[in-house]
Design a binder for this molecule. Structure first.
Ligand SMILES: Cc1cc2nc3c(=O)[nH]c(=O)nc-3n(C[C@H](O)[C@H](O)[C@H](O)COP(=O)(O)OP(=O)(O)OC[C@H]3O[C@@H](n4cnc5c(N)ncnc54)[C@H](O)[C@@H]3O)c2cc1C
Length: 441
């Protein structure tokens, strides 16, 4: 490939950092990985490939990012441009939130929210509607003000909030084009505090769910589905911590904690109510340290907020069967939005997350039960995590799916960005599957 480095992936699938996702549970089957350094190279690579996907920071847990050819944007258009009048920042799609936070810190600026880890690339996170927590906080895609995309014919397309297609493009599942630049809302930098409360009785969670999730700017409930809820993490933007030493029946921790009990809290952001910058309190995990356990598979399901307590109770009913394979679950809240393929489209949600042991067969068995239990609540899976439901089921839960399908037909008429994951879980039977795709062997 002219002007770019092309790296051949071995045809067999060794578990190595370059050929598997972060978790190591998926080995990419792509025949080539491109690493362009200019926009012009991205355009030529995309236009020439029969089937292609952008590979982000590889933190998804499935084949969502796989295709016959992959292109990494980590080394392209990475400069950070702040617009103080518009209060936005524009970055390359391959930039990680942790890197962006450092730049914003120097400018005295901040983002409204972050995921549990700063390690993930901005465009990959946004494409899958990655989220943090907070009753009033939308997912990370809701902060996007403008996108620059390279479409499958090599054109550069820009869309801004308010444009006709914008709400369909942002959570694009990697299927619209290569997001080369992304503009995000910023606000003045702020300080936060984080506290952990331990041993919340289940009855308290069920009876006071709204009071608990609204007791901080961002609240996460961690449980292994045992006798009590293990931990509640409260992230507060208040100047001073007005909380007492108890939160209903839970008691404030007196030491730093890891969400997975027994793991070293050195990997985690500071707690114990010590004030610090937004970027060092909103994520649970610190840049430069392993997030979560490092040996795991993750799944997550979003249910409408009005069904949140019933959905949590339904999963608690499965406790004896999921406990053997669970490391921890996290329950968060995410505000409604208008982005067509966002799990929060038109509804405030409660997110029920599972960090499983790295045992694919046992996880599959547990997922059958979890998905059956959550189906009556219209659960929408996290696009970047492992789920089993196929397009027939998922499609019914997305009222703008036909509009999204039409958008794909317009932006990618030759179907270069369509892959097996998209066909299997979102589009169903797909007449535009590209020739030369992985499905052709
Ligand atoms: C330890 C851990 C913790 C996590 N915590 C959270 C959390 O707190 N909240 C949450 O919601 N999720 C969380 N996730 C999930 C994660 O945020 C998503 O899987 C996200 O998609 C990862 O982004 P990525 O760039 O690594 O994705 P990849 O797996 O590289 O790509 C994901 C998708 O985005 C597409 N894509 C990537 N870059 C581009 C681009 N420039 N243009 C177009 N498409 C692109 C890919 O083609 C693919 O379809 C976590 C994952 C891990 C491993």
């Amino acid at each position: 490939m002219e002007g770019s480095q092309e790296q051949q992936l071995p045809s067999r699938r060794p578990r190595s950092a370059t050929t598997t996702n972060w978790a190591g549970n998926y080995a990419y089957r792509a025949r080539a990985v491109h690493a362009p350094s200019t926009l012009e190279q991205v355009r030529r690579i995309v236009a020439a490939a029969p089937q292609i996907r952008v590979l982000g920071s590889r933190h998804s847990f499935t084949d969502i990012a796989d295709a016959a050819e992959l292109v990494s944007l980590a080394g392209v258009l990475a400069d950070v441009i702040v617009d103080r009048e518009a209060m936005t920042v524009t970055v390359g799609g391959g930039v990680r939130y942790g890197e962006l936070a450092l730049e914003l810190g120097r400018e005295g600026l901040a983002l409204a929210n972050l995921a549990s880890l700063p390690h993930i690339a901005v465009a990959g996170a946004v494409s899958t509607a990655t989220h943090g927590s907070g009753d009033a906080n939308g997912n990370l895609a809701t902060a996007v003000a403008e996108l620059e995309l390279v479409t499958s014919d090599g054109r550069v397309v820009r869309a801004a909030r308010g444009d006709r297609d914008f709400d369909g493009l942002v959570v694009g599942l990697g299927a619209i084009g290569a997001v080369t630049r992304i503009t995000i809302d910023v606000e003045p930098a702020y300080q936060m505090r984080q506290r952990v409360f331990e041993g919340l009785p289940w009855d308290d969670l069920f009876e006071h769910f709204d009071a608990i999730t609204s007791s901080g700017y961002s609240v996460s409930v961690f449980t292994r589905w045992r006798e009590t809820v293990d931990q509640v993490w409260l992230k507060s933007r208040a100047e001073s911590d007005t909380l007492g030493d108890t939160l209903f029946g839970a008691v404030a921790a007196t030491e730093h904690r890891h969400p997975i009990l027994g793991l070293d809290a050195v990997n985690c952001t500071p707690q114990l109510s010590t004030p610090g910058p937004w970027s060092e309190r909103l994520p649970h995990f610190r840049m430069g340290f392993t997030p979560s356990s490092g040996a795991e598979i993750q799944s997550e399901f979003h249910v409408p907020r009005r069904h949140g307590v019933a959905a949590i109770a339904a999963v608690l009913g499965l406790a004896p069967r999921i406990r053997p394979v669970i490391q921890v679950s996290e329950i968060r809240t995410v505000a409604a939005d208008a982005l067509w393929m966002s799990p929060q489209y038109g509804q405030d949600t409660v997110a029920i997350h599972f960090t499983w042991a790295p045992e694919p067969d046992a996880v599959r068995r547990a997922l059958i039960e979890v998905e059956r239990a959550l189906a009556p609540f219209g659960a929408r899976p996290h696009w970047g995590k492992l789920f089993l439901a196929g397009a027939d089921e998922i499609g019914r839960r997305y009222e703008r799916l036909d509009d999204f399908r039409a958008l794909l037909d317009r932006f990618d008429p030759r179907g270069a960005f369509r892959n097996d994951w998209l066909t299997g879980h979102v589009l169903g039977d797909d007449r535009r599957r590209p020739a030369g795709s992985l499905a052709d062997g």
